[in-house]
Design a protein around this ligand. Structure first.
Ligand SMILES: Cc1cc2nc3c(=O)[nH]c(=O)nc-3n(C[C@H](O)[C@H](O)[C@H](O)COP(=O)(O)OP(=O)(O)OC[C@H]3O[C@@H](n4cnc5c(N)ncnc54)[C@H](O)[C@@H]3O)c2cc1C
Length: 425
């Protein structure tokens, strides 16, 4: 009989339990690969999470997150973790808008097939727009790497101000005057240009954590992943072109041959850990105001707002939440004045009349996403690094997509695929 050979299972250490790290972990563990997850916070989810708010007496999300039917990687991830039924949305791809100054309302309706038929009737068009304005959408398809959204689609017409600009600011979290048209173009190719079903808006039925985070943690724990919260990576010890040790300050973890690392942390953290790594260095804020209503509102999902401070209004049960993207200036203001102004928009949007400010919470995410400008887009690195067992994931990796849940999930999957092919090479 030959000698028994001890085979040591290799594993991947994933640093950061946001959507990118969770996606990498789920993709790897599905194949039977060992996973150890290290998260610096006391909870998973990163910038996409829910929490109990004592002032409001209920759970809220850090910010409204909208997905679209065409977000295929996000849907596949939810299916993997058994949460594919945890999103909800209107049955048709309809986007309702209200101009808070003029009280005009309009709906952008998308149909099966590429061309929205509604644009051929005045009632179906955005007020003030002409059918010819819609043809500008084709310019997105040829948008070069330097073009901004405003250069492509605007800025001098009602369709731009009342549809493209709010959509672009929501998608890119960057003003249309500086936002990269190429990124909006990718989203449009995967949604608008695919027809109605790919444009259907979706939100979490209960909360972001209940959809994207908690089921993933259960899935990972059920398959033997080792998950460490309050575990901040402080440094990488590098030897012979590979990560040899993870330094957590109060202890370190030596890596075995064949072990790999996915760094799924925000860009400034990654840049501080990996020598010579170039990352996006500019960020944009998102401010969300959450308001506890006196009673539940049924049948209202979300509404685009023009002409006020709030840009998108969402209602889930008795919580109304309003989002302001590309909100760096606003994020510097005090919470009381933000709450008063946003509540005025919510009350108008919901037709509540003159009602006093209810229990509320203002959440400022000052570094909600990197600034999605042509210049910052060029600073997004690939998932491979110069260190042979170190891979990157994050919404700021060069996915070709904006910094979104879909982009994060794809980045995690890409890192996992690279590790699996690295293991088999
Ligand atoms: C207010 C807001 C609204 C948004 N709206 C939308 C939307 O409508 N639709 C959409 O698709 N996307 C939206 N996004 C974007 C989406 O939330 C992000 O793209 C996504 O959550 C990013 O996930 P990530 O894993 O790449 O990064 P993160 O969520 O930042 O995860 C990184 C993780 O790493 C951890 N970490 C950091 N340093 C260390 C360390 N040294 N050691 C260990 N762990 C560490 C952090 O604690 C964090 O958990 C929104 C974001 C915000 C903030």
């Amino acid at each position: 009989m030959g000698a028994i050979k001890m085979i040591k299972a290799t594993k991947t250490h994933i640093i950061g339990a946001g959507m990118s790290g969770l996606s990498a972990a789920v993709s790897l563990i599905k194949t039977g690969h060992g996973v150890v997850l290290h998260e610096s916070a006391g909870h998973a989810g990163g910038r996409c999470r829910s929490f109990q708010d004592d002032a409001m007496g209920c759970r809220i999300d850090n910010g409204n997150h909208l997905l679209l039917g065409g977000n295929r990687a996000a849907y596949a991830y939810l299916k993997d973790i058994g949460a594919e039924d945890s999103l909800t949305g209107p049955e048709r791809a309809e986007f309702h808008f209200l101009d808070l100054k003029t009280a005009e309302r309009w709906t952008v309706t998308l149909n099966a097939g590429f061309l929205p038929k509604a644009i051929f009737s005045k009632a179906g068009r955005v007020p003030g727009s002409r059918p010819i304005d819609y043809l500008r959408a084709f310019r997105l398809a040829w948008a070069g790497g330097e073009a901004t959204v405003a250069q492509c689609l605007g800025p001098d017409n009602a369709l731009f101000r009342r549809f493209w600009e709010p959509i672009a600011v929501a998608v890119l979290n960057t003003a249309a005057e500086e936002g990269a048209a190429s990124l909006l173009s990718t989203v449009m190719r995967e949604t608008l240009f695919r027809g109605e079903a790919a444009c259907r808006p979706l939100i979490a039925k209960q909360g972001l954590s209940e959809s994207f985070v908690d089921p993933a943690i259960r899935f990972l724990e059920g398959r033997g992943a080792d998950i460490g919260l309050n575990n901040r990576l402080r440094g990488l010890n590098i030897e012979d072109g590979r990560v040899a040790e993870l330094d957590f300050g109060d202890g370190s973890v030596a890596l075995d041959d064949g072990d790999t690392v996915v760094l799924a942390v925000p860009p400034p953290v990654a840049a501080g850990l990996v020598p010579g790594l170039r990352t996006p260095g500019e960020f944009r804020a998102i401010v969300n105001g959450h308001f506890r209503l006196e009673r539940k509102i049924e049948g209202f999902s979300f509404l685009g707002l023009n002409g006020g401070l709030g840009q998108w209004l969402f209602v889930r049960g008795d919580v109304a939440s309003v989002t302001v993207s590309a909100a760096d200036d606003l994020a510097e203001k005090d919470n009381a004045s933000i709450a008063g102004r946003l509540w005025a928009d919510v009350a108008l949007g919901l037709g509540l009349g003159d009602v006093p400010l209810p229990p509320h919470r203002i959440v400022k995410e000052k570094r909600a996403t990197f600034a999605q400008t042509p210049e910052q887009e060029k600073r997004r690195p690939g998932a491979r690094t110069g260190l042979k067992n170190l891979f990157l994931a994050g919404d700021w990796i060069a996915t070709g997509l904006p910094a979104t849940i879909e982009g994060s999930i794809r980045s995690g999957r890409t890192a996992a695929d690279m590790i699996l092919s690295f293991m088999s090479s």
